[in-house]
Design a protein around this ligand. Sequence first.
Ligand SMILES: Cc1cc2nc3c(=O)[nH]c(=O)nc-3n(C[C@H](O)[C@H](O)[C@H](O)COP(=O)(O)OP(=O)(O)OC[C@H]3O[C@@H](n4cnc5c(N)ncnc54)[C@H](O)[C@@H]3O)c2cc1C
Length: 379
Amino acid sequence: MGEQTSYGNAGVIEGNTVFPPAFPSDPGALARIALKRASEANYHLSFLPQIAPWLLAFRAASRPQLLVENARLIRPLFARAVAEHEALMAESGAAHYLRKTGWLKVYRSERSFAALKPEFELAAQFGLPLQALDTAGAQALEPSLNPVFAHAVYWPEAASVSNPLGVTRAYAARFSALGGVTLTGDARSLHRSGQRWRVETNEGGIDAAEVVVALGPWAGDLLSSLGLKLPLMVKRGYHRHFHAQGNAVLARPVLDTGAGYLITPMQQGIRMTTGVEFAARDAAPSPVQFERIMPKVRELFPLGERVDDQTWLGSRPCLPDSRPVIGRAPGLAGLWLAIGHAHWGLTLGPATGRMIAEMMMGEAPFCDPAPYRAERFLK
Ligand SMILES: Cc1cc2nc3c(=O)[nH]c(=O)nc-3n(C[C@H](O)[C@H](O)[C@H](O)COP(=O)(O)OP(=O)(O)OC[C@H]3O[C@@H](n4cnc5c(N)ncnc54)[C@H](O)[C@@H]3O)c2cc1C
């Protein structure tokens, strides 16, 4: 449990999210991606025909007006993210993994910083505090950063964790302590059995009136076999761990925006995560982005030797409007969905859990569930 995508992420609990991830609007950035020169994105040429319709839908959902609408729709869920994690961490003994040190985004070009105006305006409307910093201001927070950027933005109310797997395991242990039972089996064996659902496990079949599907990037395998086709694709991403050189320190996640990577302090070392790769979920790893990124990381932060020899690969489970699906599965009575959390599944896990539990118990969910319905893809 917690050993797949939820293991290798960058550990940011990004309750401050304003805009969901968007299709690039800058023709120069698109050209660099197309020519495979971009550090923030890579793709497998053979996968393009398969993902083209999804990319078009992603681009359509990234029009400026829709992004603003989407930001308003997702805000209530994100607003709940840090508080839900804190509550769960307190009761599961995981609070020592939590850092309430915010996160820092650095901007190397004037243009990329100037483009933040709409985000700043919307953040102000949402009441989200942020600090626009110059190089010295950012170095006051992170003294080991080299001055290769002109601007930075500090988001003080984001949090991060030093070991995402440790957090998941602590939550799972709490679930067991409360009487929850964990069994292993292939979720693809789920099928109708009379009025109920049945799944095979290593300990035999289990029947239930209601089932929640939370299979991350594998959700589509089960759902399409049940006749429910949702536009769930993956944006793959990689990580590696490094030592810091000498006395260099990092107190919080730092996103080098234009360069397309994030460095974050973890118990295992400094974890460097890549941007996105459009490729089949099960295709062999192709971590070429590291070659493009490494010179930029070393420019920004004095990374030392690698800690691990293995490069981790994970798949962000993504829907084209970057909103998760949380709620009933259309046409499949008793089946519930908690899928498609894309770039922010660590952040949103507990808030999603609360929302789906409230709906299943017939209580009023803490925010309007309408924006998360799967039906939006079935019109
Ligand atoms: C490089 C990278 C960096 C990221 N950084 C962040 C970040 O900083 N903050 C953030 O909030 N999010 C981040 N994310 C996104 C986040 O990690 C994901 O959104 C989240 O982990 C998805 O969680 P999940 O539970 O849906 O999927 P998963 O964690 O993948 O869980 C799916 C589970 O289903 C199980 N499963 C699959 N098939 C079957 C089957 N047939 N039978 C039984 N079980 C099955 C798997 O074993 C797994 O345990 C990042 C992702 C990547 C790739």
